[in-house]
Write a protein of this length. Structure first.
Length: 681
């Protein structure tokens, strides 16, 4: 709870020193006229850069337009530095709009141009902007590799302050990875460099960041000290935004410590500075924070007094995420006031909004709260219904975390592969300098090709046997797991649930024969609890007996899988399968391959396409069984972009079955993939 509410100050490490304030509209018009009247390419390049920077903060599209003109002038003038800077500004315009893939494309081009003559300060800064994109897309290990390269150069050249900024950025990445000790070590190293260099601004950024890091580590007293050291400087330079955020973070810490009066005091101080800046969003957040503390103090009317204005603001300005959080808080307050019906209405509204916007974490927590409310209202079927929803959302969140970990691993593999390719290129260049023409190269190459070809055939044969053995072992393992789950389910249903029912009947019999009213009421509660236990045992029995092992009905299995993943993404998934086509008569091994292909193609569409609609067709013609997956997403340029191993795996899987795999895509027009195998296979 505390870690999610601490505001992390994410600094744009490299671009900050390069930012140029937006010019007035008259100044921009003057620059445009000057650009049209100039003939010298270098002068035109510099003016185009000034116009691009003037538009940068407010109009990223216009900034990109003039950065592209700067790029054209730089290329015509054969000015590598100007070309590199133009790529940087184009990349930044994409970055500010959240189009990170496009941003990375131009940042890489800038990095190559800066590094063409060897490492330099500009080259190191270009590494840092690339790392920022990787951080924003949660590719943390890849970001650390680039930051380490920049840091090595800065330390070697004695660029102490620049190295300190890199250390602060690396500290943030390690804190995101949960390696707090390493993050704190790097942050201290950066702080020492800023103090020696007399850079007060970055010194205080480090102190504020240190406060957040200590709070994550539950070292609350150290966090408070760090914030108190930073705040006088923010006050002295009139940076009320940073000051209010540090106060807000201190309030969160006091709240976690149970020091509610101190928490309210600093929250109100933060609100005072936010009012001075007319920061209406920040004021609403402060109101919500104060309401949360009053709720913990059991001063529920005061909590509602502060919370209601925040709810009104978030609703009016369509701040959906904080609006859901505020509704959830109000539902809790009403529940404490025993206004269960009103609490249920508010919580239900928040739950529906969370569903509409795909907020899985909030869906999970709100479903659990609604289950508790229905249980208090003795509506046990509804309580069980939302308890199931709670468990489903919890499973979905766990699955998404696994996907993210897999994605990070794939990105790390791609980066390592690129580094290996560069090393191989350098090795090839060295060899080319040492050797000239070798007469035996032709004959040796032929021999090596023959050996390699025979080795590859042998390797492919072994790989196929290994895959077939793996499929058989997996099938046996999954069937064993299914049998064990069903055995435990029968024990719950036939033994535990049955025993609970017998005990409940016995308690009822005893209750009827007891005259003491208090004892009878106690036994009634015992009966109610036993009834709930009986229902929970039966639900658990059902869940244990549900198996994800592929059964005979492939179509039903695909539909169940779609139902499981549908809620974790926004695309609409449509599945169509020909009836009476003979698909269900295929062998279990073939159906498992078809189902695996279905999972991988659907997973690719969900993760990468940003599609609104995904259509899946499974059918057979006279000779083939065909699986088609089509989406209306962003698509990609096959000739330019690199892809992971997904399509390669699909091609190998199809060839193993004497089949065929093909795909087609175009930027802006979605992707179509076809997995086809012989029907008689």
């Amino acid at each position: 709870m505390l870690a999610s509410r601490i505001l992390f100050v994410i600094i744009w490490i490299v671009i900050c020193p390069l930012i140029v304030h937006a010019q007035s509209s008259s100044k921009v018009d003057s620059l445009k006229n000057e650009l049209n009247n100039k003939e010298d390419l270098l002068e035109k390049m510099k003016i185009a850069e000034e116009i691009s920077l003037a538009f940068k903060d407010m109009q990223p599209d216009s900034a990109r337009k003039y950065a592209r003109r700067m790029l054209d002038y730089a290329r015509l003038a054969e000015n590598n530095k100007g070309e590199a800077m133009a790529n940087t500004w184009i990349g930044e315009s994409y970055y500010l709009k959240g189009e990170y893939d496009s941003a990375m494309l131009y940042f890489r081009a800038s990095n190559r141009l800066f590094g063409a003559t060897g490492p330099s300060d500009s080259w190191a800064k270009s590494l840092m902007v690339m790392a920022n994109v990787l951080i924003m897309t949660d590719r943390l290990d890849s970001a650390l590799i680039l930051e380490q390269q920049a840091l090595d150069y800065q330390l070697a050249e004695g660029l102490s302050v620049s190295a300190g900024k890199t250390l602060v950025s690396m500290s943030f990445v390690y804190s995101r990875k949960g390696e707090y000790s390493k993050a704190l070590e790097l942050l201290f190293a950066g702080l020492i460099r800023f103090e020696k260099g007399g850079d007060k601004y970055w010194r205080n950024i480090s102190l504020s960041r240190m406060g957040s890091l200590y709070a994550q580590m539950d070292r609350y007293d150290s966090a408070i000290i760090a914030y108190e050291k930073a705040m006088p400087y923010w006050d002295s330079i009139g940076n009320h935004f940073a000051l209010s955020e540090d106060l807000n973070n201190m309030g969160t810490i006091y709240e976690a410590q149970g020091k509610f009066d101190k928490a309210i005091n600093v929250y109100k101080k933060a609100m005072k500075y936010r009012k001075a800046m007319n920061n209406q969003y920040g004021i609403a957040v402060s109101n919500m924070n104060i309401a949360s503390v009053f709720m913990l103090k059991d001063q529920l009317d005061s909590a509602l007094y502060y919370l209601d204005p925040a709810i009104i603001f978030f609703r009016k300005n369509k701040n959906i995420h904080p609006y859901v959080h505020a509704l959830r808080l109000k539902g809790n307050i009403l529940s404490l006031q025993t206004k269960l019906t009103e609490s249920l209405e508010i919580t239900s509204e928040a739950f529906q909004i969370a569903i509409e916007n795909g907020f899985l974490e909030q869906q999970k927590d709100l479903a659990q709260k609604m289950s508790m409310l229905y249980e208090e209202m003795k509506d046990y079927p509804k309580a069980l219904e939302y308890e199931r929803i709670f468990k489903a959302r919890a499973d979905s969140i766990l699955n998404e975390e696994n996907i993210q970990r897999q994605t990070r691993a794939e990105e790390q593999y791609k980066h390592d592969l690129q580094m290996l390719e560069k090393e191989n290129e350098l090795m090839h260049e060295k060899k080319s300098r040492l050797y000239t023409i070798i007469t035996a190269v032709g004959a040796l190459a032929i021999i090596l090709l023959i050996v390699f070809y025979r080795w590859r055939i042998h390797k492919d044969r072994l790989k196929r046997l290994e895959q077939e053995n793996y499929i058989r072992s997996q099938k046996i393992r999954l069937e064993t797991q299914m049998q064990e789950r069903q055995r435990v389910a029968r024990i719950l249903h036939d033994n535990l649930a049955h025993l609970i029912g017998i005990v409940r009947k016995s308690v009822g019999t005893v209750r009827k024969n007891i005259e003491n009213e208090q004892e009878r009421e106690d036994l009634v509660k015992v009966e109610e609890n036993l009834e709930l236990m009986d229902k929970l045992a039966r639900v658990a029995s059902y869940e244990l007996s549900f198996s994800y092992v592929l059964k005979d009905n492939l179509g039903a299995q695909c539909k169940r899988y779609i139902e499981r993943v549908q809620h974790s993404q926004t695309a609409r998934i449509v599945f169509e399968m020909e009836e009476n086509s003979g698909i269900e008569k295929l062998s279990d091994e073939i159906k498992i391959d078809l189902f695996s292909a279905f999972q991988e193609l659907l997973g690719n569409a969900i993760k990468h396409s940003n599609a609104s609609n995904i259509h899946i067709y499974l059918y057979s013609d006279e000779e083939h069984t065909v699986l088609r997956v089509e989406d209306d997403g962003k698509g990609f340029d096959i000739s330019e972009e690199r892809h992971g191993q997904g399509f390669g795996n699909m091609d190998e899987r199809a060839k193993k079955l004497d089949g065929d795999f093909r795909f087609e895509s175009e930027k802006g027009f979605g992707t179509k993939a076809r997995f086809m195998i012989p029907k008689a296979f």
